[in-house]
Ligand binder design. Structure first.
Ligand code: F6R
Length: 610
């Protein structure tokens, strides 16, 4: 999604903005631009990567200690130089960069056209900047007031930064449903759409709330709401380290993040498990213990990989708490008039904490009276603030667009939540309790699997040119199959589907021939014998079987073309292990196909629009 970086201070703004935009590249984008003030406002923008923008500005004047930069992910209007941000108002007095969507832009545009305004782009953003100008021109007010009045009249989502030629020493920043963080340094401020461009300059950050405007000069800043009431900002100290945002010797962030999983899982469970007394302690849920003990049903809302984690959570909650669970795509839940009853608890799962559909699902669930909990990775994110209580995953920044370590951290948290709530309800069986100390073995077992990367690479070489791939699993390995298929399709552009293995004979078996790779997750659990039969069925039709099996397995080895062995563990912890070879396989296939692994085409890291 789009990215924002702004700078006000004593240093040259351009290099700070460019390096900030590069930090935001992981979010996915198709064009980039900057505006700089140094006596006059200079604007440079270009379709393509930030490096294209750098080429454009190579011999240009990039002086100035105030500026703003943007990476655009097209919504209204195709990727092009004209549609790139910043956009400038007709008189040239206002420039703007914008994340989000102005939903009533066509009505506003019609009015502005009627008043003689002209437009150079197809964007909603250019409408907004002219709307601000129109208000400014027709009232004796300053730029901040014009922005405030305009924002009171727009419908939609925005994170914006505005520069005004007539008031050039300030940046005017605002948000609604699209995050804005302000890094507070010594005599300087760095504004960004997430904290990653800020950490190398300062750890002190103010997150704007919805419907807030900040006016920032190098002397200081003030925050107002849309009613023009002064707000008291809260300065958070961010814990993110710069190294976490760098590749650290790996070829890609995705590979680094796959290899980081022993640590990210350990960080997610650290301090939350008491192996001796077989207890789980989740501080973030302490205030809602009573509601959890009385819960009658859980509804998970999430998108993409986080939704797959929710599906694993369904198995975990039903197994350990013996309580009904529903797993909903947030985008469907929000528009489906869902039935929420007394005793329902909604759990939103999100790595970024900014996914628009998940946020909307949370708001709907709250309106209907549900207690809403969050499982988020990004501290201070919109979802973590919108939920009543929750648990952070502590996976650390995930930069690769394809989610890997966030998934295993989410599943780790869901496992602990299931055990914690089962205990609160007095339903924790000795068998479930025995999983608590076993969780501590997960990081080492994951390390053992990532060390097989080279072997998995050989399998990847065999299948790199396949146009299709099928992933099959049973029980909680079924969502792992879905996740494996998603990983492959999003980074290698190979068509892949995940299915419950037993469903194969109800349709997908028609696809099996000697060219079809079929990845089975066939680890030892109560449905093992059944999945061995499913493997036989595929092998009988000459499908090319790759099987993830438990160490020491012999039955599958005799049928499959390739096996990847993973350590033995309690079946309810198995998704934490069985997903790892699938991540590695997708990674190697994508690299062999020369795909942009960290920034796959058309994808955005945090999807802040519907
Ligand atoms: C897939 C992927 C996406 C996200 C989805 C939800 O690798 O990254 O499917 O999982 O967009 O994002 P979050 O978890 O940030 O809400």
């Amino acid at each position: 999604m789009c990215g924002i970086v702004g700078y006000v201070g004593y240093r040259k703004a351009y290099p700070i903005i460019i390096s900030g935009l590069k930090r935001l590249e992981y979010r996915g984008y198709d064009s980039a631009g900057v505006a700089l003030y140094d006596g006059k406002i200079k604007i440079y923008k270009k379709k393509g990567k930030v490096s294209e923008l750098e080429k454009l500005t190579k011999d240009k004047d990039t002086e100035g200690t105030i500026g703003m930069g943007h990476t655009r992910w097209a919504t209204h209007g195709a990727p092009s130089d004209e549609n790139s941000h910043p956009h400038v108002s007709n008189s040239g007095n206002f420039s703007i960069i914008h994340n989000g969507i102005i939903e009533n832009y066509s009505t506003l545009k019609k009015e502005l056209l009627g008043r003689g305004y002209t437009f150079n782009s197809a964007t909603d953003t250019e409408v907004l900047v002219n709307f601000i100008e129109d208000i400014y021109e027709n009232n004796e007010i300053d730029a901040t007031e014009a922005v405030r009045i305009a924002l009171n009249n727009v419908i939609g989502a925005y994170g914006i930064v505005v520069m005004c030629k007539a008031e050039p020493e300030k940046l005017i920043v605002a948000r609604r449903s699209s995050p804005i963080a302000i890094g507070v340094g010594e005599g300087e401020f760095i504004i960004a759409s997430d904290a990653t461009p800020i950490v190398e300059h300062t750890k002190d950050v103010v997150y704007l709330n919805d419907n807030e405007i900040a006016v920032i000069t190098k002397e200081g800043y003030k925050v107002l709401n849309l009613k023009n009431e002064s707000q008291t900002p809260y300065i958070h100290t961010i814990e993110m380290e710069l190294e976490a945002l760098e590749k650290g010797g790996y070829d890609h962030f995705m590979l680094k993040e796959i290899f980081e999983q022993p640590r990210s899982i350990a960080d997610s469970i650290r301090g939350r498990i008491d192996p001796e007394n077989k207890k789980v302690w989740l501080g973030g849920l302490v205030d809602v213990r009573k509601e959890l003990a009385q819960a009658k049903r859980f509804i998970f809302v999430a998108c993409g990989t986080s939704w797959h984690a929710g599906l694993v959570g369904e198995y975990l909650f039903e197994e350990h708490i013996r309580i009904p669970v529903e797993v909903e795509y947030a985008s469907e839940f929000r528009y489906r008039n869902p039935v929420i009853q007394e005793g329902d608890i909604v759990i939103a799962i999100s790595q970024s904490g900014e996914t628009a559909d998940t946020l909307a699902a949370i708001n709907l669930a709250k309106e209907r009276g549900a207690l809403v909990l969050g499982i988020c990775n990004v501290v201070g994110s919109s979802i973590s603030r919108a939920t009543h209580a929750g648990v952070y995953t502590h996976a650390g920044p995930e930069i690769g667009v394809a989610s890997t370590k966030a998934f295993t951290a989410q599943v780790s948290v869901l496992t602990m939540m299931a055990l914690f709530i089962a205990d609160l309800k007095g339903k924790l069986t000795p068998k479930s309790r025995s999983i608590i100390p076993e969780m501590l073995q997960v990081p080492e077992k994951v390390r053992h699997i990532v060390n097989q990367s080279d072997k998995i690479k050989e399998i990847a070489a065999t299948f790199k040119d396949s146009p299709n791939c099928l992933y099959l699993g049973r029980g909680s390995n079924f969502p792992v199959a879905l996740e494996g298929a998603l990983k492959l399709k999003e980074i290698s552009y190979i068509h892949a589907e995940g299915y419950p293995a037993a469903e194969m004979k109800h349709g997908p078996i028609a696809l099996i021939d000697e060219n079809m790779p079929v990845i089975f997750i066939a680890t030892k659990d109560e449905s093992y014998e059944k999945i061995v039969s499913n493997i036989e069925e595929v092998a009988a039709r000459k499908g090319r079987v790759v099987a993830i099996v438990t160490e020491g397995d012999t039955a599958v080895r005799n049928i499959a073309e390739f096996v990847i062995e993973i350590p033995e563990i309690d079946p309810s912890l198995m998704p934490l292990l069985s997903v790892i070879p699938l991540q590695i396989l997708s990674y190697h296939i994508a690299v062999m196909r020369n795909c942009n692994v960290d920034q796959p085409r058309n994808l955005a890291k945090s999807v802040t629009v519907e």
